[in-house]
Design a protein around this ligand. Structure first.
Ligand SMILES: *Cc1c(COP(=O)(O)O)cnc(C)c1O
Length: 401
């Protein structure tokens, strides 16, 4: 047994790297080193009276894995400790997390203000699904906080944004938008997938809820889907818990176990990936075949000052425009030997995507161009390979243009 008088017995005294390895671990009587995988759906009660007490919330034990499971709970505790959140819930996917966060905070007649540069499915939920249920939405250019202020209505209940955005790595000023949302009695929900909990802390900047696709950097090895929502005990234990319990977008115990392992190495991986990304951004910025590079901590980024203030690193993603449009962008992607063509991101393997013809093909050309998704734009998710190899791979591919 660890010494309970040791100050480091208190998780609040531990650094993030320590929390990522030990946070939330609950050992069974067998004393396993690694977290156990509880793949059961249900739980038994020692008596009928015990079952009754559990259903009345008088006894905190488990009831049913749709809303409570020991392995999922370890994942939730670990990510909550890392984020400095009072509470967290694990979900089946990142989209389950975003949809649950939004749906649990609105009802027919409400209004949502959202930044327009969003992950494709997030935009679909805000623009297409919410209005079907009587929740109107206004999409704004999220780069200027004033645009959120102008779009607020008396019935605005939620402001939603992601920063940096997919795929053009535009930024929103989280602290400024939080102030605007709160002045109107609305909640700010931030999709923090691109920045990861290691490089940006939306709750500390005033957000009410933060969402993750755990499929991305948290797994980061292409194995499992997952999502998470974090925030105050009041919000998470209230409407969000009820929404998950009654509608079932739940995380599976197996995926929670994979993602617990992912969290153990999260900071190691994303810090190395971001170091690689910074070097590659410098390489691309000086290349004659590259018309434009977008990387938050690169001095050419239009919101460089905000990036330095809000994020502790430039992230693991780069967007860049190949001179000469789509034909040349395809030539570059097709000439790569190490970097893979895929739409995932945050993976140990470097991945390149042409947003115009894949993740953002549903949008009209007009909306795409307004969001900076030009025919020559490529999104690069930088992995854990040698930075020298990645630069050589890109250099060869750009020479084919
Ligand atoms: C991938 C992603 C999502 C959705 O996550 P899934 O796990 O694929 O459902 C949401 N937001 C952003 C920014 C993403 O990159």
């Amino acid at each position: 047994m660890p010494d309970p008088r040791n100050p480091l017995s208190d998780p609040a005294r531990r650094a993030p790297d320590t929390l990522l390895v030990h946070g939330g671990t609950e050992r069974s009587p067998h004393g396993e080193t690694s977290e156990a995988m509880f793949v059961n759906s249900g739980y038994i009660y020692p008596s009928s009276g015990a079952a009754e007490r559990r259903f009345k919330n008088e006894d905190p034990g488990y009831i049913y894995s749709r809303f409570s499971n020991p392995t999922v709970e370890m994942f939730q505790k670990r990510i909550a400790l890392l984020e400095g959140a009072e509470a967290a819930r694990g979900l089946a996917t990142g989209m389950a997390a975003v949809t649950t966060a939004l749906m649990s905070q609105v009802r027919a007649g409400d209004h949502v203000v959202s930044a327009r540069a969003l992950f494709g499915s997030c935009r679909y939920v805000v623009e297409d699904f919410l209005p079907r249920w009587g929740v109107t939405s206004t999409l704004v250019d999220g780069r200027d906080p004033e645009n959120f202020a102008r779009a607020m209505q008396p019935n605005t209940k939620v402001v939603f944004l992601e920063t940096p955005t997919n795929p053009t790595l535009e930024l929103c000023d989280i602290a400024a938008v939080a102030e605007i949302a709160h002045a109107h009695g609305a909640k700010l929900i931030v999709d923090n997938v691109f920045a990861t909990p290691i490089f940006q802390s939306p709750l500390k900047l005033g957000a009410d809820l933060v969402c993750y696709s755990a499929t991305k950097h948290i797994d980061g090895q292409g194995r499992a889907m997952g999502g998470a929502i974090l925030g105050s005990q009041e919000l998470i234990g209230g409407d969000i818990h009820t929404f998950i319990r009654q509608t079932g977008p739940s995380m599976s115990p197996f995926n929670a176990w994979v993602l617990l392992k992912g969290l153990e190495t999260l900071s190691l991986r994303v810090e190395r990936m971001a170091q690689n990304a910074a070097r590659i951004a410098d390489f691309l910025a000086g290349h004659p075949k590259v018309a434009r590079v977008l990387y938050p901590h690169h001095k050419d980024h239009p919101q460089y000052e905000l990036a330095k203030r809000q994020m502790s690193s430039g992230s693991t993603l780069i967007a860049f425009e190949v001179a000469g449009g789509q034909e040349n962008a395809f030539k570059v992607s097709d000439a790569l030997a190490i970097i893979l063509i895929s739409n995932n991101l945050g993976d140990a393997k470097s991945i390149i995507t042409h947003p115009r013809t894949t993740t953002h093909q549903r949008l009209s050309e007009e909306i795409r161009l307004e969001s900076g998704i030009t025919p020559g734009l490529l999104r690069l998710s930088v992995g854990l390979e040698s930075a020298d190899d990645l630069i050589a791979d890109l250099s060869y591919a750009l020479d084919q243009v």
